[in-house]
Every structure is written in C-alpha cells, then in structure tokens.
Ligand binder design. Structure first.
Ligand SMILES: [Fe+2]
Ligand SMILES: [Fe+2]
Length: 155
C-alpha cells in the first residue's frame, strides 16, 4: 500500500480524529465527514489536474485541517473584546491555529502539514497565505466543499 493511503487509513481510524464526528460542520455534515470530503476532493484535484502535490502531505493536511475539536456553533467565549481584537477571536480566524496545535500534539506532523492547516482559511487570515501546492489545493477544496455543504446539504 502506498504511504499516503496507509497514513489516511490510520488517521481515519484514530479515536481523536473520530472525535470530529461529534461536531456539526455545516448543515447535517459532521466535521469528520467534512474533512473526508475535503481530502477526497483534494486528491481528485491533484490527480486529475496533474498538480504533482505530495500525496501524503496533502491527505494528512486535508484530513486534519479542521481538527480543532470544539463545537463552533456554541459560543461560550467572553465578549469583552472590541473591534479587531474581537473579530480575531472568531472561529474563522482562530480555528486553524487550534487544528494545527492538535495535529502536532497527536500526530507530530511536520512543517509542511502544519502549513496546509495554518493557511486553509486564507484570505480570511490575511497573513497566512498558502505557499505550497498542497496548501493551495486544500484551501480551494475546503472552500468548494464548504459551499456545497452550506447550499445543498442542509438538514
Ligand atoms: Fe476550517
Ligand atoms: Fe474546512
């Protein structure tokens, strides 16, 4: 079996990764399902468009890109901050950092994988622009998958 496939199977069976089944991403899609969809789409883009991204970095980054492990719909954060500070505490800005931390903590992922996770919300996170093929693919696949889930896969 190729490395990327083996890594992906390990990730998809891992109990911490499976925790993502407990959180809703969009509509009726769990965060786990969302990550699987982004992974599939990323691989298809890479293969069909012959983008030559590293498959193992790609699937690891894609599968863990939203590995933040909390329900972003329940908002228990204090609302004392104002303006830009408050905006930066919002889920969209914050979660790549948390996902990247978890990916390091549980799987000791390398810098390339961290970069895929850190930059997936660009251009929202302005300073974290994708600079590798793997990061660009996941950034685009995530936007496409999220749009589909929001528009067509509602409860
Ligand atoms: Fe995300
Ligand atoms: Fe996502």
């Amino acid at each position: 079996m190729e490395n990327a496939e083996r890594t992906l199977q390990m990730l998809q069976q891992d109990e911490n990764v499976r925790q993502m089944e407990n959180f809703v991403q969009h509509g009726k899609i769990s965060t786990y399902e969302h990550c699987k969809r982004v992974t599939d789409l990323s691989r298809r883009l890479n293969r069909h468009l012959h983008l030559n991204a590293d498959e193992e970095t790609l699937v690891t980054g894609a599968m863990l890109h939203d590995f933040y492990l909390y329900d972003w719909h329940s908002d228990e954060k204090p609302r004392r901050e104002k303006g830009l500070k408050r905006l930066q505490k919002l889920h969209g800005f914050e979660h790549p950092k948390k996902a990247s931390e978890n990916a390091r903590k549980y799987f000791n992922v390398n810098k390339d994988v961290q970069h895929v996770i850190d930059s997936h919300m660009w251009p929202l996170t302005l300073t974290k622009m994708p600079r590798t093929r793997e990061a660009w693919i996941v950034c685009l696949a995530d936007k496409w998958a999220s749009l589909q889930e929001t528009l067509f896969m509602r409860r």
